[in-house]
Design a protein around this ligand. Structure first.
Ligand code: ZN
Length: 192
């Protein structure tokens, strides 16, 4: 799959919407990502993850780990294609991430997966949790990198799509100036 095919799939499933959106931050944007329009569809998600798997199998991971919530699904799908087990990391009370449920990464090569990376907070905290438990982070696999270069860990990063989504304040929004109807999307955008 080429980038244009992947973009088309994201648009077709409405995971990537175009229009005029009011973000949780109060800013306006012409694009909006709702990853669960993709992740709710096993066939489309499987297609995307098989493509991502072909790009990261060279890192030869022993296990795949993703942060809740999207990362649970992505980890499971990725592990299916790589023939490994799938673990996930959960939020701690103080804003970190941790491995629970007996997920054991000690001495293992770990591939981290995430759906949409904006600042990379969740996935980097998941990486910390993996290292604290004796695992080695070998690479990151992302569906969408919309960090505009802010996400730059020392390990390799494979992103299927890189998006540079512009945001605007009310008085400089080009979509307001065109008189486009403003839509408030159903769920949060301010996710890392
Ligand atoms: Zn606007």
């Amino acid at each position: 799959m080429e980038e244009k095919d992947i973009l088309q799939l994201l648009k077709k499933s409405n995971a990537l919407m175009e229009g005029h959106f009011l973000l949780a931050s109060g800013l306006h944007s012409g694009q909006f990502v709702e990853k669960f329009r993709l992740l709710e569809d096993p066939v489309a998600t499987g297609k995307i993850m098989s493509e991502l798997a072909t790009r990261v199998e060279k890192y030869d991971p022993d296990v795949v780990v993703g942060p809740v919530t999207g990362g649970v699904i992505l980890s499971f799908e990725m592990a299916r294609y790589l023939g490994t087990f799938a673990y996930f990391a959960e939020k701690t009370g103080d804003g970190g991430m941790e491995l629970r449920r007996g997920f054991d990464v000690k001495g293992k090569r770990v591939l981290l997966v995430e759906d949409v990376v904006t600042t990379g907070g969740s996935i980097l905290k998941t990486a910390d949790a993996v290292r604290e438990n004796g695992g080695e982070v070998v690479a990151y696999a992302l569906l969408v990198d919309r960090s505009s270069g802010r996400f730059a860990p020392k390990e390799p990063v494979e992103a299927l799509i890189t998006l540079d989504i512009q945001t605007y304040s009310l008085d400089e929004c080009p979509y307001c100036q065109k008189g486009l109807e403003l839509v408030k999307p159903g769920s949060g955008i301010a996710k890392s």
